[in-house]
Design a protein around this ligand. Structure first.
Ligand code: PLP
Length: 231
């Protein structure tokens, strides 16, 4: 297991490598799209490890749990005002107020009850996190995200009934399958509904995701190494 004291872990070098591969994938898709945003997924990693990424200038991070984020991030938020924290894990409705306070982007809106709660907390708060809808792109029983069939209704409710602006969509394709058709499907869905932000692609497949139009990629292992089991 790797940790901050393990000299084989060079976060700055990993970040530079990932950025290089992102640039190459951007160039290969041969268009004038905005640069791809790299979200460094720091879930399960210690503050010590995260500080290596901050020290090298990185400011955009992804976490999947509210409580873990409350423990790890407030000090860094004070130190780095330009920090951007993305929630990429499932959110319980009763934690939506905390999520509004903690995160700059909430990528995992996936049901009306949660969307309604987020909208209500945003209205009462001085914070205004960007919200995205997570789509269960492979229609997997155990996976979070709204089904493709229910997506249009949820989006319409967010835009109309709840007044919760939605900037884009995110997905996690089925693990043991070729992700390309799923990335293509999410891109088509976003395009059809006039959504600009496409969060797709992780360590194993972010170059493919960029080829299919990803505007954000979420990379954990490729930057921080294997996740420790205890924070
Ligand atoms: C953990 C996680 C990632 C990062 O996965 P890696 O394979 O380590 O890059 C990306 N997206 C989500 C939603 C995750 O939960």
């Amino acid at each position: 297991m790797r940790n901050a004291k393990d000299t084989s872990l060079d976060v700055a070098e990993n970040l530079a490598n990932v950025r290089r591969l992102i640039s190459a994938a951007e160039a290969a898709r041969n268009n004038s799209d905005a640069p791809v945003e790299l979200i460094a997924v720091s879930k399960m990693h210690s503050v010590e490890t995260i500080k290596m990424a901050l020290a090298s200038g990185h400011r955009v991070f992804g976490e999947n749990r509210v409580q873990e984020t409350q423990k790890k991030w407030p000090d860094q938020r004070d130190r780095y005002p330009d920090l951007s924290l993305h929630l990429i894990g499932p959110l319980q409705t009763n934690k939506s107020a905390d999520a509004v306070e903690l995160f700059d982007v909430i990528q995992t809106v996936d049901r009306p009850k949660l969307a309604r709660a987020l909208a209500s907390h945003i209205q009462k708060s001085s914070r205004n996190p960007e919200c995205m809808i997570q789509v269960n792109i492979g229609d997997e029983a155990q996976k979070a995200g709204v089904s493709i069939a229910d997506f249009p209704d949820l989006l319409a409710q967010c835009r109309g009934e709840f007044d919760l602006p939605i900037s884009g969509v995110m997905c996690i394709p089925p693990v043991s399958e070729n992700p390309a058709p799923y990335f293509a499907l999410l891109a088509k869905l976003a395009d059809r509904h006039d959504l600009k932000t496409l969060s797709m692609g992780m360590t194993g497949d972010y170059e493919t995701a960029i080829k299919f139009g990803a505007t954000s990629v979420r990379v954990g292992t490729g930057i921080f190494g294997p996740r420790p089991t205890i924070v």
